[in-house]
Design a protein around this ligand. Structure first.
Ligand code: GDP
Ligand code: CA
Length: 313
């Protein structure tokens, strides 16, 4: 069964790692949000792409979910001592990734080609695609009338401003990365990882041509909202500030027509009836991924659920 998985950073990476454990590498393509990408210290930084790749390579910091395990911070400490901004954490080894990515981008290479080479250097089997080679930048509109670049909202301001909406600057001119529409066409099942719907999955779905490529496919989402809360990050806060009570059901309603089925936590099993009324079939299971074994178990359940959809379709 060929799978196309859509992922943001920490939540997406965990399920992507589960899928990578249970599928042959040639059957899995992971497309990653680049709306979080930004330039800092003159470097091109792709936080979600790096989180997914570090996780798949077994290099991620298990405590944070982002960054590298066993990281040191000497370069940033030195820069801070000289007056540099310190709000974005850049570890020494991680800096090496950004240096090399930036060097190659400056030489005119495509982000997708650079990512493919990094993946082979890291021994990553499945195909990992940045969503586009053209820059897309998530902008956050706030209640006090500002429009903030995503990392300023997310890291510098710790998601404190109230959100009113989002804009994905550059999306109209962005093309799906080379191979993405082909992977969509070849997929038997599309999986929306338990990533932030508003700022991790929406930019990918906003790419010209992608919704049409997915329209005829069975699409399963894993809810990032459990018991009305996000495990981490502002997903639930965003739903609330946009006037929607956060829930697994709200995630399904957000994805709307695109969605065939939802995997939600057993804690939210009482929402399955309402989902059925919406025409969304669902699977309730333990959906918190604490360790690599949890990821593989949840991924296997998602695939089994997907398989049952295919056979009943
Ligand atoms: P970011 O780009 O690093 O913010 O990460 P994502 O957008 O990929 O994922 C953020 C979402 O992942 C949050 O809304 C979390 O609730 C969700 N999440 C994190 N870990 C888990 C998990 O183990 N299970 C589920 N179901 N959701 C998770
Ligand atoms: Ca992200």
């Amino acid at each position: 069964m060929k799978i196309l998985a859509l992922a943001g950073g920490v939540g997406g990476a965990k399920l992507a790692h589960g899928l990578a454990q249970v599928l042959p590498p040639q059957d899995l393509t992971i497309v990653v949000n680049t709306g979080d990408d930004f330039e800092h210290f003159g470097l091109s930084i792709s936080p979600d792409l790096d989180t997914v790749c570090y996780t798949l390579a077994g290099l991620a910091n298990p405590q944070t979910g982002w960054g590298l395990a066993g990281e040191s911070w000497t370069a940033l400490e030195q820069a801070k001592q000289l007056g540099a901004p310190g709000w974005f954490n850049l570890g020494d080894r991680d800096l090496g990734t950004h240096l090399e990515r930036t060097r190659r981008l400056r030489d005119g290479e495509a982000l997708s080609a650079i990512t493919a080479d990094f993946c082979s250097a890291w021994g990553i089997g499945p195909q990992v695609l940045p969503m586009s080679d053209q820059p897309v930048r998530t902008m956050v509109r706030t209640a006090d009338g500002r429009e903030l670049a995503f990392q300023n909202y997310f890291v510098e301001l710790r998601c404190e401003p109230q959100v009113r909406g989002f804009r994905f600057a550059g999306i109209e001119a962005a093309q799906p990365a080379p191979g993405l529409l082909e992977a969509a066409a070849a997929a038997d099942l599309v999986v929306l990882c338990p990533s932030n719907p508003w700022v991790s999955i929406a930019p990918i779905l906003g790419l010209p041509g992608l919704p049409a490529a997915l329209a005829a496919k069975p699409v399963l989402a894993v809810s990032p909202i459990i018991g009305g809360q996000a495990l981490k990050g502002p997903a639930a806060k965003m739903f609330s500030e946009l006037g929607i009570a956060p829930s697994a059901l709200a995630v399904a309603e957000y994805y709307g027509e695109l969605l065939t089925g939802l995997v939600l936590d057993t804690l939210d099993a009482d929402q399955q009836e309402a989902l059925r009324e919406l025409g969304i079939i669902s699977l309730a299971t333990a959906s918190i991924m604490q360790d690599p074994a949890d990821r593989a178990r949840l991924a296997a359940e998602v695939l089994e659920f997907g398989q049952s959809l295919l056979t009943h379709a």
